[in-house]
Ligand binder design. Sequence first.
Ligand code: RM4
Ligand code: MN
Ligand code: MN
Length: 409
Amino acid sequence: MPSSEFQLLSSILENKGKSVPDILSNISAFQIAVPSWALGAGGTRFGRFSIGGEPRNLEEKLEDIGLLAKLTKKTDAVSLHIPWDIPEDVEAIKQKAQSLEISFDAMNSNTFQDYGQDLTYKMGSLSNADSAIRQQAVDHNKQVIEIGKSLGSKGLTVWLADGSNFPGQASIRKSLQWTSESLQSIYSDLPSDWKLLLEYKPYEPNFYHTVIPDWGTSSFLCKQLGDQAKVLVDLGHHLPNTNIEQIVATLMHQDMLAGFHFNDSKYGDDDLSTGSIKPYQLFLIFCELIGGAEDEAQAWESISWMIDASHNTKDPLEDLIQALEAIAIAYAKALLVDRGKLTQCQMGGDTVGAQEILQDAFQTDVRPLVKEARIQAGGVESPLEYYRTEKIREKLISQRGKNSQATGL
Ligand code: RM4
Ligand code: MN
Ligand code: MN
């Protein structure tokens, strides 16, 4: 029996000409991948505080995501980071994932750390002045593609830490050219049904210049590569107050949006929980996504969704439950926008009317819709409450120990 809140909201929405069954099925269909590095305690460069019961290997990471999938019905895929999560036994990992109904989202390469490889990435990877180091980084990405192929993944996400800390340290133009050449070599190994998702980030870990600082640079590098390469928007990878919804609209206008890394931030790449700081921005982003898909600028199905957050105070499973819920809420609110009326306001220069339409959707409490969609899909009423009353973390600690530490940041 649906809740009385849901029934009330349904009749309000039906009166406004909205189809509640359509909204529910849109919410249920929307699935967001979880990265393999989000299941342990996050760290800052100052320290890391263990939460206990962290997954000790890839199998246990999959189990955690399987639990999230079962409770929330909002995730059905894992995004692996290599080398943090190299599967030792591919067949066993595939079977495990299948039994949990989890598929393999885009693979992430890692050329921002040293982990025992021959040559150091201290001075960069795909952009390094030393061609042998560039080649090593290219080969790593190609190896990640091979691992991904064996698992059934269909994408490679590249994030580069490359750049410089001081003026004069690197040639800005040459490092860009080398990056372009390295990416072309990686792209030549990309299977025809794969995507290459290229991230950008204005600063950190390099503080003077970053080789791919913004969506424009990422976009032109992708255009040099070909149709399968598109720009990945990580919400934290912008300077404060950047109009991210405009970036989304602009990329979709050119069919260049690869996907999202969801997180939230106050200042920089803070990797805080999605929707915890700027829920209105998240809503406006979804408005552009829905609008861009409806206007057939870019197909909704061509966009990938992943959470990319990691911080050091919450239980990561609780955090992921909150993030999945916040994303679904922002999406559901954006589905309520009366797009026909909004267009009329835009065409007629009615600024006040346009704002009212967005506010009407944003101020609606859509939690009963999100809950109903989850229950209909077979999830639990309140995942967070379930997680706490069932004492899941305590159980994980008794199985895996107090000091287990997941691989990741
Ligand atoms: C970066 C970027 C990448 C992620 C790493 C861990 O800032 O967001 O997507 O793989 O962090
Ligand atoms: Mn990211
Ligand atoms: Mn990031």
